[in-house]
Design a protein around this ligand. Sequence first.
Ligand code: FES
Length: 127
Amino acid sequence: MPLKPDDTVCFCFHVPLRKIEAFCRIEKPAVPSQISDCLSAGTGCGWCVPMLKQIHRRMCPGRGPWWKSDINSSTDTAGAQPQSVENGAPADPQRSDQNVDAAAYAAGRQTYIASGQGKPPAEKTSG
Ligand code: FES
C-alpha cells in the first residue's frame, strides 16, 4: 500500500509526502539531494533518504545527474522493482513509497535508530 499524502516521509523534520511531492512538482530538483531544500527533509538520521530517492524518481522522471542517466531512463521503471541508486541492488522495500504503509515505515525508522544506523537531530527547545 503506498503512502498517503499526509503520511510523514521525514520524521526528523516532520515532512509529509504531500510537501515533498509539491516541492518536486514545482521545483523539479535535478537530484534527490536537492529535496533537502524542502524543510530539510533527509538531513537528519538518513532513514528517509532511500524514500526521497524513490519519490524523486517517480515525480521527476528523466531528471538526475548525467552520469547516472541510465538509472533515470524511462525504460527501467515500468513495473520493475525499485533499485538502489548506488549499486543496482534491490532497494529496501520497507523504504519504497509505493510498497509500504505508514505504520511499517515508521516502525522501520524506530528499528533503524535503535540499531545505531542513524542519529536523529536534537529536538529544539523553546526559550
Ligand atoms: S527521517 Fe528523514 S532524516 Fe531522519
